[in-house]
Design a binder for this molecule. Structure first.
Ligand code: ADP
Length: 548
C-alpha cells in the first residue's frame, strides 16, 4: 500500500525560504578582507541570494554547471552556498591553501565554469591562468573600491554584479538527488577525489546536525564556525544554522588568529564554536598569554583529528566550556559520530567524563557503523577489538566524481556489501563510543602486531613540555616497523629523549614505546591543518633506528 503523504523534495532553497520567513531579523556577522565587521540579517541575505541567482544566469551558467569558490568564511561565501545550489548548479568549494598544481587539477577536473574568489586568492589565479581550461569568468568577492589590479582579463566585481540585478527570483524545484555541492578530499595518496553532495543528503545531514545531542543548534545560539567553508561545508553549519535560526559569526580569513576569535566571541556573545584541534590550541594559548576569557562560550566542537586531553581540560578549567568531539570525513558530509553523555553517566567524575570526551563520540542516527577484521568479518563492540571502520547512510558518498561507483570496483570506496571503507582503524565500546586508533595507512605493523600511532601521539602531547608530536613507522630489521616519535618542544623548553621515554613508560604498552625520539622545530601540516604524515615519511625516509 502506498502512503498518502506529500513527496516534497528536500531542497536547499527550502532552508533559505524558511529562514527568511521565520528568522528574518537574525543576524549574520562576518569579517571580510575589505571589512572588519559586516552585518546583515537573514532578510537582506535572502534578497542578495536571489540577486546572485540572477547574476549566475546572466553569466551564462545553467543547471548542473559547476561553480567554484576559493574563499574564507563570510557572508558572500554563504550567499554562494545558497544561490548556486538553490538554482540547480553545483557549489564546488576549493581550498585555496592547497598546492597551486592541486588547485588547478581540481578546477579542471570538476570543469568549473565560473570561479568566485576572495581578493587574497587573485595572485594564485594569475599564476594558474594558463592552466585553467574551462573557466570563463572569475568574480572577485569584493566591492568596486577594493578590486585588485590584475593581469587577468576575465575579472568581474561581485558587488557591482549584484547591484546590477533584481532580487526577484523563484527558486526552482527539482529532483532532491541532484548534485548541490562538491568538495575534493585532500588526497594524501594520489590525486584529489571529488565528493558530490546532493540536496537530499545535505538537508538530511543538516537535520541530524541540529539534533540536541549532536550540536544542539537553536535560535538562541550564536555560532562561530572556525572550520572553513572550503572544507566539507564547514561541517554543515551554514545549513543547520539557517534551519533553526542560529546567529552565525564568520571569521573570514582570520581563522587561526586568537585575537580576532576572542574579539568576535566576546563582542558577538558567541555560545558555540567548531574547529580542528590546532585552532583551539592557538586560541587557548592566546587567552592564557593575554589573561583573557570567553565567558559566553559554553560549547566547543572539535573534530578532523584526535583531540588532545589538554584542550578538554583547559577549556573546562579555565573557561567553564565543554568540549564535544566528533568524527567524520569529507565523504561522510562529515557527520559520523559525536560525543554525548548517556543515561547512567550522570554521576561520573570529571576524570571519567574526560576519558569519554577523548573518544570520537557515538553514532548519529542515519549513520550505521561496523568494524571488521582482515577477512571482513564483523568485530564485537567490546572496546578492545579494533579493525577497519566501515559506515553507510544517506549522507555517505557512494563513489567519487568521474570514477566508478560500482560497489567492489577498485575505484569505488564502497565494498560489495554496500559499506563505505573509511580508511580508519577503530574500536567501539559496548556503549557505542567510537575510538579511532589510527588510519589504515598510518598503523605501525611491528612483528605482526598493530601499533596505533595516535595512541602514542596522544600520550606524548600530554608531556607538559611537548607542543606537538607525530609518530610514524620506520623500517626495523627485526620487527619490520617500529614507531619513531617526532616532537616539537613548547617555546623556551628543551627536551631530552630519555626524559620523554621515561614519561611514556607507564602510559603505553611496552610494544608501543617508541624506539627513538627526535626533535624538530616544526611539524609539516596539510592544508586542512592535520599533521602531514606523508611529508614526515619523506623527510625521515633514510632514517635508521640506533639499534638497527
Ligand atoms: P583528508 O584529511 O583525507 O582530506 P578529511 O578531512 O575528510 O580527509 O579527514 C577525515 C579523516 O580525519 C578521518 O578519516 C579520520 O582519520 C580523521 N579524523 C576526523 N575526525 C577525527 C577525530 N575526532 N579523531 C581522530 N581522527 C579524526
Amino acid at each position: 500500500m502506498h502512503a498518502l503523504m506529500m513527496n516534497t523534495p528536500l531542497m536547499i532553497s527550502s532552508i533559505l525560504k524558511h529562514a527568511e520567513r521565520n528568522f528574518p531579523e537574525v543576524e549574520m556577522v562576518s569579517v571580510t578582507v575589505d571589512q572588519s565587521r559586516h552585518r546583515q540579517n537573514n532578510r537582506a541575505f535572502a534578497s542578495r541570494c536571489r540577486q546572485l541567482a540572477n547574476v549566475l544566469e546572466s553569466l551564462g551558467a545553467g543547471f548542473g554547471d559547476r561553480i567554484g569558490t576559493l574563499a574564507w568564511n563570510d557572508f558572500r561565501h554563504m550567499e554562494l552556498y545558497y544561490a548556486v545550489s538553490g538554482s540547480g548548479m553545483v557549489c564546488h568549494t576549493i581550498n585555496p591553501k592547497l598546492f597551486p598544481e592541486q588547485v588547478a587539477y581540481i578546477i579542471n577536473h570538476a570543469e568549473d565554469k565560473i570561479l568566485f574568489v576572495d581578493v587574497l586568492v587573485v595572485p594564485l589565479l594569475e599564476a594558474l591562468k594558463d592552466h585553467l581550461k574551462q573557466v570563463e569568468t572569475i568574480v572577485v568577492l569584493t566591492d568596486k573600491s577594493h578590486m585588485p589590479e590584475s593581469s587577468l582579463t576575465n575579472l568581474q566585481c561581485y558587488e557591482e554584479l549584484l547591484d546590477a540585478h533584481p532580487d526577484t527570483y523563484e527558486w526552482p524545484q527539482f529532483d532532491e538527488n541532484t548534485a548541490c555541492g562538491m568538495c575534493y578530499t585532500s588526497g594524501t595518496t594520489g590525486n584529489p577525489k571529488g565528493v558530490v553532495y546532493s540536496h537530499r543528503s545535505t538537508v538530511l545531514h543538516a537535520l541530524a546536525g541540529a539534533l540536541p545531542d549532536v550540536t544542539g543548534a537553536s535560535n538562541m545560539q550564536t555560532s562561530l564556525p572556525v572550520v572553513p567553508m572550503f572544507h566539507v561545508n564547514a561541517w554543515g553549519a551554514p545549513y543547520a544554522a539557517l534551519m533553526v535560526g542560529t546567529k552565525l559569526v564568520l571569521p573570514g580569513p582570520k581563522m587561526a588568529d586568537g585575537e580576532t576569535l576572542h574579539d568576535l566571541m566576546t563582542s558577538e556573545q558567541v555560545t558555540v564554536s567548531s574547529g580542528v584541534p590546532t585552532i583551539w590550541m592557538a586560541l587557548l594559548d592566546y587567552l592564557e598569554g593575554n589573561q583573557k576569557t570567553v565567558p559566553s562560550l559554553s560549547r566547543v566542537h572539535v573534530g578532523g583529528a584526535a583531540c588532545p586531553r589538554v584542550i578538554i581540560e583547559r577549556f573546562r578549567e579555565q573557561h567553564d566550556c565543554e568540549v564535544v568531539q566528533g568524527w567524520g570525513m569529507t565523504e561522510t558530509s562529515p557527520l559520523g559520530t559525536v560525543y554525548a553523555m548517556k543515561r547512567g553517566m550522570e554521576g561520573f567524575s570529571e576524570e571519567e567524563v574526560t576519558d569519554l570526551q577523548l573518544l570520537q563520540g557515538r553514532g548519529v542516527f542515519g549513520i550505521e557503523m561496523r568494524i571488521v577484521d582482515e577477512n571482513n568479518s564483523e568485530l564485537p563492540w567490546d572496546g578492545s577489538a579494533s579493525g577497519a571502520l566501515k559506515v553507510k547512510g544517506p549522507w555517505v558518498a557512494k563513489g567519487y566524481y568521474g570514477l566508478s561507483d560500482v560497489p567492489g570496483h577498485e575505484e569505488c570506496p564502497v565494498d560489495k556489501d554496500g559499506w563505505f571503507n573509511t580508511g580508519d582503524v577503530a574500536a567501539i565500546t559496548p556503549d557505542g563510543f567510537l575510538q579511532i586508533t589510527d588510519r589504515t595507512k598510518d598503523v605501525i605493523k611491528s612483528g605482526g602486531e598493530w601499533i596505533s600511532s595516535i595512541e602514542i601521539e596522544n600520550a606524548a602531547v600530554n608531556h607538559p613540555d611537548i607542543a606537538e608530536a607525530a609518530v610514524i613507522g620506520r623500517y626495523h630489521p627485526k620487527w619490520t616497523e617500529r614507531p619513531l616519535l617526532i616532537a616539537v618542544a613548547q617555546p623556551g623548553k628543551s627536551l631530552q629523549k630519555s626524559a620523554v621515554l621515561e614519561f611514556l613508560t607507564d602510559k603505553l604498552h611496552k610494544m608501543a614505546l617508541p624506539d627513538d625520539v627526535v626533535f624538530t622545530d616544526e611539524l609539516p601540516h596539510t592544508a586542512t591543518g592535520k599533521i602531514n604524515k606523508l611529508g614526515l615519511r619523506e623527510t625521515y625516509k633514510g632514517y635508521k633506528f640506533p639499534d638497527a
